[in-house]
Design a binder for this molecule. Structure first.
Ligand code: 2AM
Ligand code: CA
Length: 264
């Protein structure tokens, strides 16, 4: 592994473990919850964790740019951008429903090169590096090989910040619910993508996602041999696209013919 690969992986692992400690310390306890508007919620922990992650990254990469769900954009002179979701699945976390994670993607010249997703409750560290594969706790992972929707376990999500996302997706869901073996709605897009990467889910789609929900997960799925496309069938662009269809190549093809979205 090159020096850069080793350094990035070390920073991602440390940042995720530190985030996990704060998450677990507050899990099951009453939280201070604030509205960000449009049915979008944040806890004190989201903000504290994001600041902690940025602090850890800056120790090794002081010149970095950041896209953070809670602290926004910050631009620096270097070509490295860290895309951070301190808690993906905040609603689950607020309700002590055990499905959430920390997600960090690393862009170099605006292209995703590294991604880490950490489920602190299960101590599962998902890591991907461009052209070097995807791993779960150090073991190589691959997408499933299920070919038919009738054998597939799918997952989706309904973002309600903009009515059209959820409205469109209700009709997508209606079409697919009797075609799949079963459909989940787990509430953390990043962890859903990690589950596609390791073959627990055969496909996952969602409309209205942001770069901090998708950056690490998209790389994990691609490096695990899967596909991630937008609603018109092109390769999903983390910085531009909102509507995501992912899975193994057979399932993605079938999902594309069923799923409709107003926005790409
Ligand atoms: P979050 O928990 O970090 O906000 C769930 O389907 C996915 O959508 C999660 O990744 C969640 O991220 C995101 N999400 C949930 N509600 C949202 C809203 N109102 N606006 C934007 N994103 C939302
Ligand atoms: Ca979040």
């Amino acid at each position: 592994m090159s020096n850069m690969n080793i350094k990035v992986k070390k920073v991602l692992k440390l940042a995720c473990l530190e985030a996990g400690k704060i998450i677990l310390k507050n899990y099951g306890k009453k939280k201070n919850v604030k509205s960000k508007g449009n049915n979008d919620w944040v806890t004190n922990q989201d903000i504290i964790i994001e600041k902690k992650i940025i602090q850890i990254i800056k120790r090794t990469f002081p010149d970095s740019s950041f896209i953070g769900e809670e602290t926004g954009f910050s631009n620096a002179s270097s070509n490295i951008t860290w895309v951070i979701d301190p808690i993906d699945g905040t609603n689950n976390y607020i309700h002590d429903y055990p499905f959430f994670c920390t997600s960090i993607g690393v862009l170099i010249n605006n292209k995703i090169q590294y991604g880490a997703i950490y489920d602190s409750l299960r101590d599962e560290f998902f890591y991907a590096s461009k052209k070097r594969g995807s791993y779960l706790n150090g073991k190589r992972i691959y997408v499933s090989n299920i070919k038919n929707l009738s054998d597939s376990l799918l997952c989706t999500g309904f973002i309600t910040s903009k009515k059209s996302y959820a409205k469109n997706n209700i009709s997508n869901f209606r079409k697919l619910v009797f075609k799949a073996r079963s459909i989940r709605r787990d509430g953390s897009a990043a962890l859903d993508l990690a589950y596609v990467a390791c073959g627990r889910l055969d496909g996952f789609w969602e409309l209205g996602l942001n770069s901090w929900d998708t950056s690490a997960g998209v790389l994990l799925v691609e490096e695990a041999g899967g596909k991630v496309i937008n609603s018109v069938g092109r390769r999903f662009d983390i910085l531009k696209n909102k509507s995501l269809i992912s899975g193994n190549k057979h399932i993605v093809k079938k999902l594309l013919s069923e799923i409709k979205a107003d926005e790409i």
